[in-house]
Design a protein around this ligand. Structure first.
Ligand code: SF4
Length: 430
């Protein structure tokens, strides 16, 4: 491809717009990376996630995933007990036995992730060696990989990043004569993938692959001809691993809302030299449908003052969506980590006076939130109930990860997630 890509520019933007980014460190309130298993195990249908952790880890997963007792979930916990902690048992032997039993019971499993936790990190159980050993034992039927879902210095969406990054070294190399291909990176519901596939096909962009794939045997090839779009803003480690394999990242805002989706698609269209007329033709009807769906929620949300606590790492793109497409007033946008390079297009779209805070000092942030008395607080589950008890209206940020919110067809649903708590409060007040 010789096409020179133009930077994605949205209407009405001053190029110099740059809100200040502040930092704070202190007490944090987030879920750990094990939470990602809840949506990843649904996406990769022949994978199993074996957490090597404690009873606490098992309880977190069981309650977050809400799996019924008679279901056969594709995740479980190998519990590190007192004997392992006291060094009375060889944790590696125990793990090998647990994996052997599991794979004998579940012959449908083709990819096994050993997922590290705080306890496995504390006792320094080397899961990379365990994965290599078990891969050799169970090849070629089962591949065994490992990643960490520990809550030490991470937030819950980092689990997906670590999981996808662990897949990258095993992706097949693209053939030397390969034509350019597009890779969409980030777990998306199948229905959303299908919608994007139709849009790319209408523009003549392809072949299109997805990471993670639905089946572990359908891993996309990667190499210098691969261009990739990030579907989620929290996948920096995966993106760097792909870049290490020669793939090129297409910088763009994230596909939230009508405007974000158009800009994201346009980044691929520019890389494929798609004629602007063809791009409009492919996207116009869907974009109009999305704008129409958003208009229904604008009356509810316009002028509302919204405060983001740092939790999902989706905060900056969602703040952009709420401000630009629904007219909300952003009081504060907190995010646990801000990958500046991956967020540059998003930050440029925010008002220059919005405070963006990277990291968290929970007590100070609560003070700022109480002083501001926002109309809506977007926060983790653990903060929502206490804040509701203080009379505030909240939205659980984890719901934004579990619900399909990407692309044109989901733009209205995304707006509804923010409008609904306000509506509920209104009704209760009547
Ligand atoms: S990995 Fe750590 S933070 Fe997560 S449930 Fe287990 S012990 Fe708790």
């Amino acid at each position: 491809m010789t096409c020179v890509t133009a930077p994605v520019v949205m209407q009405g933007l001053a190029a110099s717009r740059q809100p200040a980014i502040r930092h704070e460190r202190g007490q944090r309130q987030v879920f750990c990376g094990l939470t990602g298993i809840v949506w990843l195990h649904r996406k990769m249908q022949d994978a199993f996630f074996l957490v090597v952790g404690s009873r606490t880890c098992a309880h977190l997963l069981q309650s977050a995933a809400g799996v019924m007792i008679f279901a056969e979930p594709r995740f479980g916990t190998a519990i590190i007990d007192e004997r392992d902690l006291a060094g009375l048992a060889d944790a590696n032997d125990e793990l090998d036995r647990a994996v052997g039993d599991l794979l004998a019971r579940r012959p449908d499993v083709r990819l096994l992730f050993l997922v590290g936790s705080c306890p496995s990190e504390v006792i320094k159980l080397d899961l990379s060696r365990a994965a290599a050993r078990l891969s050799a034992t169970f090849a070629p039927d089962v591949r065994v990989l490992h990643y960490s879902g520990s809550g030490i210095e991470t937030t819950f969406t980092d689990g997906e990043d670590a999981c996808l990054a662990s897949l990258v070294p095993g992706l097949p190399a693209e053939p030397l004569t390969a034509a350019p291909s597009l890779l969409i990176v980030g777990a998306l519901p199948d229905v959303v993938e299908d919608q994007f596939c139709r849009l790319f096909a209408a523009m003549g962009i392809g072949p299109v692959g997805f990471l993670p794939p639905r089946q572990s045997r359908q891993l996309p090839a990667v190499g210098a001809q691969t261009r990739f779009l990030l579907a989620q803003p929290f996948l920096d480690a995966t993106a760097r691993a792909l870049e290490g394999r020669g793939a090129r990242w297409l910088a763009a805002p994230f596909p939230f809302g009508a405007e974000g989706t158009t800009a994201w698609l346009r980044a691929a269209a520019d890389a494929w030299c798609v004629d602007p007329g063809r791009f409009r033709q492919a996207t116009q009807a869907s974009e109009e449908r999305a704008r129409h769906a958003l208009a229904r929620h604008r009356a509810q949300l316009a002028g509302k003052r919204v405060f983001f606590f740092p939790d999902s790492q989706l905060e900056v793109p969602l703040a952009r969506f709420l401000w630009r497409e629904l007219g909300v007033d952003l009081i504060e946008v907190g995010t646990p980590y801000l990958h500046r390079r991956r967020h540059a297009a998003e930050i440029a779209l925010l008002p220059d006076d919005v405070p963006i805070w990277e990291g968290q000092h929970l007590e100070r942030q609560l003070d700022r939130c109480r002083a501001a008395q926002p109309d809506l607080v977007v926060c983790g589950l653990g903060l929502a109930n206490p804040l509701e008890a203080e009379g505030m209206t909240t939205k659980w940020s984890i719901e934004l990860v579990f619900t399909p919110i990407h692309g044109y067809e989901q733009a209205g649903d995304l707006a509804a997630l923010f409008a609904r708590p306000l509506l509920r409060k209104q009704r209760l007040e009547v």
